[in-house]
Design a protein around this ligand. Structure first.
Ligand code: SF4
Ligand code: SF4
Length: 91
């Protein structure tokens, strides 16, 4: 069974954008909308419109390359899963 089986797919319900080049005021504004880590990665809740209610991809065969490159079991995946587990938020 793959790691993705039964997962709630937090990877498909947020985006991460590096904003390390923003001014302090712009960064402050960004922090009002989402989390910014020390490396300047801005994490925003944003459910993909193609994520089905069963947490599977609705366009799997035509999904973007960025989705194909996301490594199940990789550092970002494990961090997303851990964060999800520790949160009671319904995303
Ligand atoms: S890549 Fe990781 S976070 Fe995404 S569905 Fe698979 S196991 Fe879950
Ligand atoms: S296209 Fe599919 S794999 Fe990519 S974020 Fe959307 S639901 Fe997830």
């Amino acid at each position: 069974m793959s790691l993705c089986e039964g997962c709630t797919a937090p990877c498909c319900r947020h985006v991460i954008v590096n904003i390390g080049n923003l001014t302090a005021d712009q960064r402050r504004w960004a922090e009002m909308h989402g989390e910014v880590d020390r490396a300047g990665n801005w994490r925003l809740e944003a459910r993909c419109q193609h994520l089905r209610v069963d947490n599977k991809c609705g366009i799997y065969k035509a999904r973007p390359q960025v989705c194909r490159d996301y490594e199940a079991g990789g550092a970002m995946c494990l961090a997303a899963r851990a964060k999800e587990k520790g949160s009671s938020d319904v995303l």
